[in-house]
Design a protein around this ligand. Structure first.
Ligand code: F6P
Length: 465
């Protein structure tokens, strides 16, 4: 079996404690199972020029990490990746802040990653690159002569060409994806959007529904919805619900029903919109006042980016407003916490919560939604209220699907979830759980790697131009 080299901007170095982001949650178990190398940034900013890569071996994984320079961090990470690509790929053209300097920083770091990889890559390695930070990496490797099979998985949404073309230099950046062999997306819509871009903007030849002919190579564009470790997480939640931490939380609620939201502090997650919907719910369904507590756990993220500081302010003010308007001396409607919690603590809280509120304005997948389902007690499950704009809505079709831009609709869904009869809760839960067990994290990795390892037979006669 070929050696697997995983590349992502941030490497999840082996450590315990606070919950990792979606990408790390997905990659770590897959890599541990197969063994291989994980290459990327270690989260450190070097004082001067970064020294050589550092290597750490744990179990069957070799972590090879590099520092970033201060200007790389500013221009690549805070700049182009998170102030241009992130908003545009999340359909938020209004928030994109483009500068040529940031673009050159982005390209420079991709070159830096390519030269770091060149130190370790063997001819028969397969390379799996993750996420929007590294779109031009395969091209940088090909320019250095690498012919390895290289795959790319986009964890976040891929908008239609009408939006992608608003990205300055999109022709150079998006077309660079053609240097990969397999391009994986979370949903059918994402894959179709890139396919349309490839056909309309790059004029790449289509060989069949999933394959393009690019520079003499067959490039597959396909859907691989990322999953969670469904059974493992269910077991963790069963244990975690009986820990002192979860018991303390439940005691502090004095028998009130708990609604839970867990998101990084990010404008794509729709947290202020969700808070507004909760306020509507309290206004429209007064019988619930004093009987329900909404716990929102929101670790801070990318805090030096102005749009992230802004969203932090807005959420804080909204929480203060709701608690001021509806709270009682003996009841706080919203508990808002910025501290990150361990995976175990979250698993227990999910199981204890009557409602999981996952209402991003746009999200590649959203693994919180899937973990909430995995954590439920099948005999007395809670209800997932889920944005139709999260990739997870494709599989969790038995959740209460909502439009996060419609606060009244979300308020009605919260009421419906809290009042839902046991039989209906069980039925919805069984459906969602079945789907998530079938398409769990292991299957995601297996399917992607199978596609990457087996080069498709190129059919030379194009089906469509
Ligand atoms: O969802 C996209 C994503 O890049 C995740 O993959 C990651 O875990 C999360 O955002 C946090 O990203 P950052 O590395 O910017 O903290």
């Amino acid at each position: 079996m070929a050696r697997l080299v995983v590349v992502s901007n941030r490497v999840g170095l082996p450590k315990s404690g606070a919950r990792a982001g979606g990408l790390e949650v997905a990659i770590r178990p897959a890599l541990k199972k197969r063994g291989g190398v994980w290459f990327g940034w270690n989260g450190r900013i070097a004082e001067g020029d970064p020294g050589p890569a550092q290597t750490l071996r744990k179990d069957n994984v070799e972590y090879v990490t590099v520092d970033l320079r201060k200007d790389d961090y500013e221009e690549f990470y805070n700049g182009f990746a998170n102030r241009v690509l992130w908003p545009i790929l999340h359909y938020r053209l209004d928030l994109a802040e483009f500068s040529r300097r940031d673009l050159s920083g982005y390209l420079r770091v991709n070159e830096y990653f390519a030269s770091g990889l060149a130190q370790i890559l063997r001819d028969d390695d397969i390379v799996w690159v993750h996420d929007y930070h590294l779109m031009p990496l395969a091209r940088a490797l090909r320019e250095r002569g690498y012919k390895n099979r290289i795959g790319f998985f986009l964890h976040i949404p891929c908008p239609p060409p009408e939006i992608l073309t608003s990205l300055p230099n999109h022709d150079r950046l998006v077309s660079a994806l053609g240097a990969y062999d397999v391009l994986g997306f979370q949903t059918e819509t994402d894959a179709l959007n890139l396919g349309r871009y490839f056909s309309n903007e790059c004029r790449f030849k289509r060989l069949d529904d999933e394959t393009f002919l690019i520079d003499g190579r067959a490039v597959r564009v396909s859907v691989f919805p990322v999953g969670v470790e469904t059974e493992t997480f269910a077991r963790l939640a069963r244990r975690a619900v009986d820990t002192a931490f979860v018991r303390d939380v439940l005691d502090s609620l004095s028998g009130r029903a708990m609604i839970i939201g867990v998101d990084r502090l990010d404008y794509s997650k729709g947290i202020p919109e969700r808070m507004n919907a909760f306020e509507r719910f309290l206004g429209q369904f007064p019988d619930w006042r004093g009987k329900v507590t909404y716990l929102q756990i929101t670790p801070r993220s990318r805090s030096s980016i102005p749009e992230y500081a802004d969203i932090g302010r807005v959420v804080g003010e909204t929480v203060g407003h709701i608690n001021g308007a509806y709270g009682e001396a003996s009841w706080t409607p919203v508990r808002y916490i910025n501290k990150a919690h361990s995976r175990t603590a979250l698993a227990g809280l999910y199981r204890a919560a009557r409602v999981g509120l996952v209402t991003p304005l746009r999200d590649g997948m959203n693994l919180v939604a899937k973990e909430y389902v995995a954590a439920q007690n099948p005999d007395d499950p809670g209800v997932l209220v889920l944005s139709r704009f999260a990739g997870a809505a494709q599989e969790c079709a038995a959740a209460l699907l909502v439009n996060p831009y419609d606060p009244e609709g979300v308020a009605i869904a919260i009421n419906k979830a809290l009042a839902m009869p046991l039989a209906e809760r069980q039925e919805r839960q069984a459906h969602n759980f079945r789907v998530l067990r079938q398409n769990d994290l292991g299957r995601w990795a297996e399917r992607f790697l199978a596609a990457l390892e087996v080069p498709p037979e190129p059919q030379l006669a194009p089906v469509r131009a």
